[in-house]
Design a protein around this ligand. Structure first.
Ligand code: SF4
Ligand code: SF4
Length: 188
């Protein structure tokens, strides 16, 4: 059976009319910035102070795109008669984002919380070499990492916070006691 002349046009117009009344889901980037979830995988930030140069992230990265250089330094003993210790000092930490596949393995395996996801994604370059971000740039990304979500109301207090709180309370109690003693000593 041959189709009714003009039926195709009518069908097309019907689709157009239907979609015209629906809410737009596309955003006119870059005029409109996308509303990304806070945990989006945009770029990786390095919190250098936490890095012990254990090399786990570089070893586990499936793309071999984390470059770390370091040297050893001898630390004098903390107390007289103690032993000297050696520690790793970071010389270079870089991630090549032209190779990275954003799997997040490096962040997952880091035992010292030195790597974090940032939702920032606007770092396209015309020169591919510029996509290797060195430690200074990775550090800058840290300031764009969102705060972690709040704990559940009934959640147990994290061990680090509990330990820090106890130490602070102990110090405050000691200071209060010392103040009280000096006041008593000063009374004629
Ligand atoms: S996200 Fe994956 S590919 Fe990218 S640096 Fe980390 S481990 Fe390597
Ligand atoms: S796994 Fe973490 S601590 Fe170890 S080298 Fe990588 S960033 Fe540093």
């Amino acid at each position: 059976m041959s189709p009714i002349p003009g039926s195709g046009l009518a069908k097309g117009l019907a689709v157009t009319l239907r979609t015209m009344t629906k809410k737009t889901v596309t955003a006119q980037y870059p005029d409109t910035q996308p509303e990304l979830p806070p945990r989006s995988r945009g770029v990786i930030g390095l919190f250098e102070e936490n890095c012990t140069v254990c090399m786990l992230c570089a070893r586990e990265c499936p793309d071999w795109c984390i470059y770390i250089d370091s040297h050893k330094e001898t630390v004098p003993p903390a107390a007289p008669g103690g032993r000297e210790r050696s520690r790793n000092v970071l010389d270079r930490f870089a991630i090549d984002f032209s190779l990275c596949m954003y799997c997040g393995i490096c962040i997952e395996v880091c035992p010292f919380d030195a790597l974090f996801w940032s939702p920032e994604f606007e770092y396209a370059e015309t020169d591919i070499h510029e996509l290797t971000h060195e430690r200074d740039k990775l550090r800058e990304w840290m300031w764009t990492v969102p705060e972690p979500p709040a704990l559940d109301p009934g959640a147990e207090e994290p061990k680090e916070i509990a330990a820090a709180r106890k130490t602070a309370e102990k110090l405050a109690a000691q200071q209060a006691q010392q103040g009280h003693q000096s006041e008593e000593g000063g009374t004629p």
